[in-house]
Ligand binder design. Sequence first.
Ligand SMILES: NC(=O)c1ccc[n+]([C@@H]2O[C@H](COP(=O)([O-])OP(=O)(O)OC[C@H]3O[C@@H](n4cnc5c(N)ncnc54)[C@H](O)[C@@H]3O)[C@@H](O)[C@H]2O)c1
Length: 316
Amino acid sequence: MNCLVTGVAGFIGSHLAEELLRLGHQVVGLDCFIPYYPRAFKEANLVELRGHSGFRFHELDLRHDDLLSVMADVEVVFHLAAMPGLPRSWTDFDLYQSCNLTATQRLLEACHQRGALRRFLYVSTSSVYGRYASGDETLPTRPISPYGVTKLASEHLCRAFADECGLPLVVLRYFSVYGPRQRPDMGYFKFIDQMLRDQPITIHGDGLQSRGNTYISDAIAATIAAVQAPPGEVYNVGGGETANVWEILSKLERLLNRRARVQRGPARPGDQRVTGADTSKLLHHLNWKPTVSLDDGLARQVAWQRELVQHSRQAA
Ligand SMILES: NC(=O)c1ccc[n+]([C@@H]2O[C@H](COP(=O)([O-])OP(=O)(O)OC[C@H]3O[C@@H](n4cnc5c(N)ncnc54)[C@H](O)[C@@H]3O)[C@@H](O)[C@H]2O)c1
């Protein structure tokens, strides 16, 4: 199939595009390198893709560039481009609003004009549920961060295009994705990086906030499986193993064979207390279930970050 992956230079988008190509599909990727974290990370994510004959890259901003020209043969759209990350959404709302909502509106409008898509997959987040995000897709949606609000608004906008314009929409709500290429602003990346550099780690609040962790390859497998889902469905995507911050730190201490130096910081507004995906619906509809354990997944992320730190030391 001919696929469009938005946010292709990001953590998850780059893995998705690689897997689609490995399966023999054609991929058009777009990204505008929002400097939320350094462009060098995103360029590194694109290295393997750029060498593949089935891949075409367009440096485009969904908020204002022409989109129709890149959509000519596209059958399936995977919409991952967004401003992720929770803390900054309190202080830079315009960026979140424009990249999560306006960008989605422009993409939806282009898809509507283009017509005849097989599927439009919108990648959403457990943050749409709010403080307690543990359960299935029927949980109430009460986001407690501007990030979650913009992602939920974007889901609603997709739904409006689905209900009124026939967009073949499937929504995926990811729960805390981790693994190689994780964004450098994310908790596990920071913990591992700081431990490798023997720097102190700041734990916000009591550290008992827990996450339903999803290894990157499991998230990608669910995303590709969802192309076969009936239009209109919403699915939680979660790895099945929850852990709080202290549990993660002790796993990392074992993997790195060193103690974490912990300092305490205030709780952060918008931080979810518990997230844990019930993914029975994905299992029943698409026979998807996670395959990578938290211990194995963290070991793979640690191995990747060891190399990053080594390279940065050699370059210094
Ligand atoms: N990482 C997670 O744990 C997680 C959890 C839940 C949901 N998600 C969702 O998954 C998606 C991907 O997240 P990620 O962690 O890979 O983030 P990421 O920041 O690594 O990737 C997003 C990419 O989108 C691009 N982008 C943003 N606005 C754009 C615009 N206007 N035009 C073109 N490109 C634009 C960015 O430059 C970036 O490369 C997001 O939609 C996010 O909300 C991620």
